[in-house]
Design a protein around this ligand. Structure first.
Ligand SMILES: Nc1nc2c(c(=O)[nH]1)N[C@H]1C(S)=C(S)[C@@H](COP(=O)(O)OP(=O)(O)OC[C@H]3O[C@@H](n4cnc5c(=O)[nH]c(N)nc54)[C@H](O)[C@@H]3O)O[C@H]1N2
Ligand SMILES: Nc1nc2c(c(=O)[nH]1)N[C@H]1C(S)=C(S)[C@@H](COP(=O)(O)OP(=O)(O)OC[C@H]3O[C@@H](n4cnc5c(=O)[nH]c(N)nc54)[C@H](O)[C@@H]3O)O[C@H]1N2
Ligand code: SF4
Ligand SMILES: [Mo]
Length: 894
């Protein structure tokens, strides 16, 4: 019997409603919830593949593990032993060194209820504000700017504004990849009304930029100057809303004086764009009946991220483009519960329900509510500083929950040293093998999406229920259960006089306590309950007695500041923290791929999600590559002041000369290094403490690694991955990719100065490729070649080409395609007989349509509608539509 459970997608801040189909304890399908107002039934590639991502237990954290000394491996233990160990070590360290000697590093992927308990545990029970989250890497500049300019955190806008806007300004947002279901709504609105203008500000020509009416391809980090240049034109052309400025804002005179010097001509030069384009953007924005800006990491992940946000909000305030349908500064949230974390105050600088640690009255309110003596007024350490303090020995124990800092924090060499220095590291994750679990003294297995209950808040402040469809796998437990168990144990020792702090018998009871703390605050949800949310997800504020949430805030022009006026801030443009120079001449940009999620612990389990971007790479403008005599596939060492990593070269005309790009997803689970953050900069914004993950100055050199290897094997790719991953580090370069669909294939590429000792023996064992009548071997000791190819009847099953990989790509295509083997098997060792196969990525994941098939139709004159009709691509989830339209447009221009 199939059961349907309504829940929410666990990935991005769009917050799509899903219907989970389960049979017994197996999730068998996921579809979009047609009744959910975020997506009305739509899902993107990631959401659509959720069911497949949870079907195998391989790689999941199934039971608690503990090690008693660093020289030992962790051993399986029962829950009581693990919980006692965590409570004892934390309490012991606190008793000896004080409450600020411990820290929590949590995540915007926790549910609001989980978050609430961790926050109360740190701030209420232990008495430290050392609890920060990966939202520090993500949303903290947006939070800080909203509070400075509007008086309170949270977007004033809603998703309906996407359809009502006449001008859309995408600033540092690749929405086509990062918020695909909302992007579908924008595509539809524009198709219905071609007068709608799209302006994209991004140093890369992304798929979002390629669809825009105007792409301002700025130099990295120059956004503040650009916004000031636009404002300059708006003010001097009389496009400002002087009545709005007068009645509803403060600080305009100072801003006007500041912006005077940002002439469009000067700004255009500084940003590397045409003055005419800048003026066009200002005209479209300034004269628009409804201008909406959509912004994300290109603004926030900067050492001046708050200033970038403020300068953009200035544009909205100066033109009165806020609080009206179709207008406003809309910060797109990244993770599905980035907002919920902000609501419970789950960061080092915040308190519950948008209160501030710096505010004594707020602290007293929360302390009284919790029934504790006081909440510490000492600000906690934000993420980057927290890991510095761990390295310095000031923080001795850290509990990491639902995030993978040994991959996602900048300057990983420093982060690894910190994790090695710490006396006690607890990692609570749903998966057993991440770059961070390697450092865990205790591994606590968390139940995950599909197995747990709670709520999340999406980008438009809408709270949705997350519901369990099946039991947790193995002995995994929900994050809030684990936190409560440790809290009760620690409480008995540290605060026996307050025994009632953690008596919650369900996530609902936690939600109700959180709700009570919001009453009377800007995010008042006094009128919400689980029952109501189950019937329909609602936006906050939703006070007691309300019959609906509030779609738009500040529509009466009254802001959340003390004076009720919004504040202009006269920020100045400052360059990136790490300017390029002759030693580090390239700007490194990082960002997201369409079908992968962060460190890939979930999306990296599905071959079909690799198909769009199968291999890690460093993208470079073709002119820069030619000038340096580099060609596609060359292995490059990319170095910054902090470290280096090796990646193969890919060419991309989407980058201007001087900028290179790599995706942030590749980690030590798929590479021999931990990816982009080996070199990323930990310079932080001094207002929001958010690190500049979007920019580092780097050097690029070709490396000569003459010994090469290409191997591939059909089978259970998760089991193969577990066997092959430990071999990655023995090579100077190595990457794992999963390919194929119905019959998946694991692909390993590697290179080194010479054959790493013992590697081949281990690899043959991992791939189970031993010579027999179905596995042929070719060995040339003099030339250092060893090749093995396996068959089952007329099908290839796998191969290893070591020392010489010529012909390997053709063999790989043949393995993935699964066509019957033609001719003698010995041909497998003869590159000439195999031929050359160019890479042909899958563009449409739903129907599995490759680039070559699409290009062939486009050459015959097909447009997007034609492609959908003929090939079916783009007609299911639509995630590939931006790319399809780009291919069609290129054909028209050519
Ligand atoms: N497929 C997918 N979707 C995701 C995620 C994922 O992992 N995969 N993660 C989610 C999360 S947590 C987040 S935070 C969001 C992120 O969503 P986005 O911020 O939209 O995604 P990114 O690719 O990180 O960065 C956006 C763009 O910023 C540009 N950029 C770099 N430097 C600058 C600059 O100085 N100025 C400007 N204007 N732009 C610049 C980059 O070129 C990039 O195209 O995505 C969410 N959605
Ligand atoms: N260079 C560079 N670095 C970046 C960025 C960038 O653009 N460039 N972006 C930054 C941004 S915006 C973000 S948000 C971060 C994201 O960085 P991370 O937070 O490190 O990303 P994830 O890989 O999503 O980590 C989530 C972890 O939680 C686990 N997990 C999943 N579900 C559950 C659960 O229910 N409970 C528990 N306990 N664990 C669970 C997953 O297995 C995974 O290990 O990366 C940041 N780092
Ligand atoms: S857009 Fe995709 S990843 Fe984001 S919530 Fe919706 S289905 Fe999930
Ligand atoms: Mo994020």
């Amino acid at each position: 019997m199939t059961t349907i459970t309504r829940s929410t997608c666990c990935y991005c801040g769009v917050g799509c409603g899903v219907l989970i189909e389960s049979e017994g304890e197996q999730i068998v399908g996921v579809s979009g919830d047609p009744a959910h107002p975020a997506n009305w039934g739509r899902l993107c590639t990631k959401g659509l593949s959720l069911a497949k991502s949870v079907q195998s237990p391989i790689g999941r954290a199934m039971y608690p593990e503990l090690r008693t000394s660093r020289s030992e491996a962790r051993q399986r233990v029962d829950w009581d032993s693990a919980l006692d160990a965590v409570a004892d070590r934390f309490a012991g360290i606190i008793e000896e060194h004080g409450p600020d000697s411990v820290a929590f590093y949590v995540s915007g992927q926790l549910l609001t209820e989980d978050y609430y308990v961790f926050n109360k545990l740190a701030k209420g029970l232990i008495g430290t504000n050392n609890i920060d989250t990966n939202s520090r890497l993500c949303m903290s500049s947006a939070v800080t700017a909203y509070k400075m300019a509007l008086g309170a955190d949270g977007p004033p806008t809603c998703y309906e504004d996407l359809e009502l806007a006449q001008t859309l300004l995408f600033a540092g947002s690749n929405m086509a990849y990062a918020h695909p279901v909302l992007f579908r709504r924008l595509e539809a609105a524009k198709a219905a009304n071609p007068d709608i203008k799209w302006i994209v500000i991004d140093p890369r020509r992304t798929d979002t930029a390629a669809m825009a009416d105007l792409h301002l391809q700025i130099q990295p980090g120059t956004d503040v100057a650009l916004f000031h240049g636009m404002l300059h034109h708006i003010l001097w052309e009389g496009l400002a809303d002087t009545a709005f400025i007068e009645v509803h804002t403060s600080g305009f005179a100072e801003l006007k004086a500041r912006v005077r010097q940002y002439t469009p001509k000067m700004v255009a030069e500084l940003c590397g764009v045409l003055e005419a384009d800048l003026l066009q953007a200002a005209e479209w924005f300034g004269r628009s009946p409804a201008a909406l800006s959509l912004y994300c990491m290109g603004l926030n992940q900067s050492s001046h991220g708050t200033d970038k946000n403020l300068a953009l909000i200035n544009l909205h305030l100066a033109t009165g483009q806020i609080g009206k349908p179709g207008s406003g500064p809309f910060s797109l949230t990244g993770q599905h519960n980035a907002m919920g974390g902000r609501e419970v105050g789950g960061m080092a600088t915040m308190l519950a329900a948008h209160r501030d640690i710096a505010n004594p009255q707020h602290r007293a309110e929360v302390a009284q509510f919790w029934g504790v003596d006081a909440v510490s007024g000492k600000p906690g350490l934000p993420a980057v500083a927290m890991f510095d303090a761990i390295k310095a020995g000031q923080i001795k124990a850290v509990w990491i929950v639902c995030t993978n800092p040994a991959h996602s924090l900048p300057d990983l060499p420093n982060v690894r040293q910190a994790l090695e220095m710490a006396e006690f590291v607890v990692v609570q994750d749903a998966f057993a093998h991440t770059d961070t679990t390697a450092f865990a003294d205790v591994l606590l297995p968390a139940s995950s999406w599909g197995e747990k209950e709670g709520t999340v808040t999406n980008s438009e402040r809408r709270i949705s229920r997350v519901r369990a469809a099946v039991q947790p796998l193995g002995e995994a437990k929900s994050d809030s259960w684990i936190a409560l168990q440790v809290a009760q144990r620690m409480g008995a020792r540290l605060k026996p006089e307050h025994p009632g702090l953690f008596f919650f018998d369900s996530p609902e009871a936690i939600f109700n306590e959180h709700r009570a703390l919001t009453v009377g605050r800007d995010l008042d949800i006094g009128g919400l309950s689980y029952a109501l949310l189950e019937a329909s997800p609602q936006q906050w504020p939703y006070p007691q007695g309300a019959s609906t949430g509030q779609a738009r805030r500040y529509s009466n022009g009254v802001f959340a500041t003390d004076s009720g006026r919004a504040k202009f801030t006269a920020v100045d443009y400052l360059p990136v923290a790490e300017p390029t120079n002759s030693r580090f001449p390239f700007h490194l940009l990082t960002g997201r791929l369409r079908d992968q999620w962060h460190g890939m612990s979930r999306t990296g389990r599905l071959p079909q999600l690799f198909a769009h971007s199968p291999e890690p790479s460093l993208e470079m403008n073709p002119v820069d590559a030619e000038r340096r005599n580099l060609k596609v596939g060359d292995l490059l060492r990319i170095s910054s002041k902090r470290g280096s990593l090796i990646l193969p070269l890919a060419l991309s005309a989407d980058l201007v000369s001087g900028c290179v790009f790599t995706a942030m997803h590749w980690s030590g689970q798929f590479l021999n290094s931990s990816g982009s953050n080996e070199i990323a900069s930990s310079a932080t914004d001094d207002k929001s403490f958010q690190p500049e993950l979007k920019h580092a100055a780097v050097r690029i050199e070709k490396v000569e690694l003459p010994w090469v290897l290409l191997a591939a094997r059909k089978g259970d790719v998760l089991a193969l991955h577990a066997a092959v991953q430990p071999l990655l580090k023995s090579c100077s370069y190595a990457s794992i990719s999963l390919q194929g669909r119905d019959e998946p294939v694991l692909v390993l590429r590697a290179a080194a100065k010479m054959l790493p000792e013992g590697l081949l023996e281990k690899l043959f064992a991992a791939l189970d490729l031993y010579p027999n009548h179905d596995v042929l071997e070719y060995h040339d000791a003099r030339r250092g070649l060893l090749k093995r190819v396996g068959w089952q009847e007329d099908q290839l099953t796998g191969f290893v080409l070591a020392g010489d990989t010529q012909g390997g790509e053709a063999l790989l295509e043949q393995l993935i395609a699964g066509n019957p083997w033609q001719g003698p098997r010995l041909n497998a060792f003869s590159p000439k007989k195999l031929g050359n196969t160019p890479r042909d990525p899958v563009i449409c994941n739903c129907i599995n349509i490759r680039e070559s098939a699409i290009r062939a139709e486009v050459a015959l004159g097909a447009d997007v509608a034609g492609l959908k009709a003929k090939l079916g691509c783009g007609s299911v989830c639509g995630s590939c539509v931006p790319e399809l339209s780009r291919m069609c447009n290129q054909a028209i221009k050519a």
